[in-house]
Write a protein of this length. Structure first.
Length: 378
């Protein structure tokens, strides 16, 4: 009988270490050194200051979550360039007393989501001319990215909508995978998909991944060609979430393999505020990092007739084969790679050095809630 150890985004042929970074003056114990170094590059700070910024992000995010759980009304949040967590709320005193930066007099996230729906109606039959649209809470606008060949009439129609900003994209947006329905999802670098987050559903072992990776419910093999599971459901292209039933004899692990010889343990999941530092592990590009920039994005992937909605966007670089791979902030699971520009050239394990690119991911909280999955944590 086979016995396989299944980690979140386990590397093909990589040595997985269970040793986490020891406390030091440079980084708090919960931060992988590669994440700290990537944040230092991204923020233009020393590693020591970058570690402090990561710690601040995690602390303020927990504070916001606690306030929301206790009933404080909020309508969007983001980290500004100084590391302050700006929150749209009607209870400014409570937010300020907790160390957050309140703001008012803006449209807010809910209104932006409604406006995004009206943008979709205005696009109508011209969606092939549009790449993405969705809220940008930091600038309090809905941003629409159109194809370079978009008609002047469409651009004018969208630009005239109050609260809408139109920009022109470049490369086509593609799913980061090459998966044939009914065939394997192996982990050979440069092909197919990457493992996402482990969990359980009704006592059974499962794994959450990108929906387009498991269309047709294929058998799933690891890099050694050993069977580890089978697709058990997908929601694509309406959204991009999928679930895999893991073989009973396999051992699941509650950590992400950074592809740098270290692991980052998973202690929970969330939708971290816009501006939060985030890294992803993927089969093709390894460990790449950036920040969360948008939520609730609608994406028109090239060749798809249906718009994919509900995605998050980040400045993390991805390529084909990274789909389904795990995004994590600190120790908090964030999502699974969906897609990005077709011209991305990330290199391998480049942290935040792979700049100038962006990607989309399926928030893991939404996938777990939909499928009734309890994530494996440590």
């Amino acid at each position: 009988m086979k016995t396989r150890i299944l980690g979140a985004c386990l590397a093909a042929g990589a040595a997985v270490s269970a040793v986490f970074m020891a406390p030091s003056a440079v980084a708090a114990p919960q931060f992988d050194q590669a994440m700290v170094n990537a944040a230092a590059v991204q923020l233009g700070l020393s590693p020591a200051r970058a570690a402090q910024r990561l710690d601040q992000e995690q602390r303020l995010s927990r504070t916001l979550a606690d306030l929301q759980a206790s009933g404080m009304p909020t309508d969007g949040a983001f980290f500004d360039s100084t590391g302050a967590l700006v929150v749209t709320t009607s209870d400014a005193k409570r937010a300020k007393d907790a160390g957050l930066t309140p703001r008012a007099g803006v449209k807010g996230e809910r209104a932006l989501n409604d406006l995004s729906g009206r943008v979709q109606q205005a696009i109508g039959a011209d969606k092939a001319q549009v790449q993405t649209w969705g809220p940008d809470v930091a600038i309090d606008r809905v941003v629409v990215t159109v194809e370079p060949t978009a008609s002047d009439a469409l651009v004018l129609r969208l630009s005239q909508m109050d609260g809408v900003v139109v920009e022109t994209g470049s490369a086509k947006l593609v799913r980061n995978a090459d998966v044939v329905p009914g065939r394997i999802m192996d982990l050979v670098p440069g092909t197919n998909c990457s493992l996402g987050f482990n969990g359980t559903r009704n006592g059974a072992k499962v794994l959450l991944t990108a929906g387009h990776c498991v269309e047709g419910n294929p058998d799933i093999l690891d890099a050694n060609g050993t069977h580890i599971g089978k697709g058990a459901g997908t929601r694509f292209p309406s959204v991009d979430m999928g679930i895999v039933k893991i073989d009973a004899e396999d051992t699941q692990r509650a950590y992400v393999d950074t592809r740098n010889g270290t692991t980052v343990r998973i202690t929970g999941s969330s939708k971290a505020p816009v501006g939060t530092t985030i890294c992803k592990a993927g089969n093709t590009t390894g460990w790449t990092c950036g920040k969360i920039t948008h939520y609730n994005q609608s994406v028109q992937y090239s060749g798809e007739s249906v718009t994919t909605t509900g995605l998050a966007r980040s400045t993390v670089c991805t390529e084909g084969g990274d789909s389904g791979g795990a995004y994590i902030s600190g120790n908090t699971a964030q999502g699974m790679t969906s897609g990005g520009p077709s011209n991305s050239e990330c290199g391998y394990n480049q942290g935040a050095n792979a700049t100038g690119f962006y990607s989309f991911y399926q928030p893991v909280v939404d996938a777990a809630n939909y499928y009734g999955v309890t994530l494996l944590t440590s």
